[in-house]
Design a protein around this ligand. Sequence first.
Ligand SMILES: Cc1ncc(COP(=O)(O)O)c(C=O)c1O
Length: 413
Amino acid sequence: MDGTLATGFDVEKIRQDFPILSQTVRGKKLVFLDSGASAQKPRAVIDAMTRMLEARYANVHRGAYFLSEESTAAYEAARMAVARFLNAADEREIVFTQSSTGAINLVAHSYGRGILKPGQAVLISEMEHHANLVPWQMLRDAHGIDLRVARVTDAGELDLDDVQKKLADGKVGLFAVTHMSNVLGTVTPAERLAAMAHTKGAKLLLDGSQAAVHRAVDVQALGCDFYVFTGHKLYGPTGIGVLWARKELLDAMPPFLGGGDMIAEVTIERSIWAQPPARFEAGTPPIVEAVGLHAAIDYVTKIGMKAIEAHERVLTEHASAALAKIEGLTVLGKAQDRGGVFSFSLDAAHAHDLATLLDRTGIAVRSGRHCAEPLHTRFGVESTARASFGLYTTVQEVDYLAEALTEARKFFR
Ligand SMILES: Cc1ncc(COP(=O)(O)O)c(C=O)c1O
């Protein structure tokens, strides 16, 4: 396999766009398999941010002078790019946050405390990242919300019967669930979940932190009400995330953070909120990061999300087969619809020891619980090592991982 798909996707050419990938670590070629934690950045993103800082930077929405106008235009152009990327109906539905964590906390505070009533429920699942669990626990404790948790099957899929059961009494105001698990790789059936939630009067929030990187997202087709993703996993910078929400929801929601730029009028006694999205972007926003995210979106869009998905499907199928052959290796989950994230344990080897051993061969994987401790408990494992792929991952790298794991088994035995 030479890495070129029928779509014209040439992984070797793509790798040249990522300066960091050409280096060696510990005397070995770097095999970066931790993109699920944070992805590497293409030259286009690095250059766009540098250009912004060198020539266009000033604070946004404030100055009547040239640079501030330039900076504001760049920041708002990023919002439009995100709207196109998600197929949002209106760019005013895009709120820039600090991260996915920031976006979910925004919904938990603003929608959770402002719109949901004590006695109503929030439904999540056992496979949530802590970012989509802890804010709801905090809401439960502060606001008298019932927090329900839908089960995950042994195959690592969302138990839809359990979802149905937990929605049945119509008390769930919000169903907040991952669009793709950062541990199991499971892709959840979003359209179906939207229909199930809406039939019972609940809104649907999809945590797209992983999914938006690997698949084309069309929020209107998915039928969700909130969609969240984070810039640094999408080959963009840290410090920026996105909340998309239907305009009528944002219009009804009170602000989360108060401060500059989120108001229409302020007297010493009171303030009148600005319209969304400004209402939710208090203070100086992540300006340069928005420009970087815009460049990242342009970058993946040029390659094509469909082509990226096709490439990663090949990698995922290859990895599923290769890892299944390794004796003593247990992979968590085997969902029908899954992406390129594999969490595994090897016999009695501790995940950290395994990751350390792999690092000696140049392979970077994550070890621990991947901010999904309850899911590890659900599967009865203390911790796992995790390999996660990006658009620059090659079939050869997957083979190299499989070989290294086979050698690791010999070592630990
Ligand atoms: C599924 C999922 N949700 C949320 C997050 C949190 O993203 P961030 O740390 O950028 O807020 C992550 C990050 O690992 C994730 O994988």
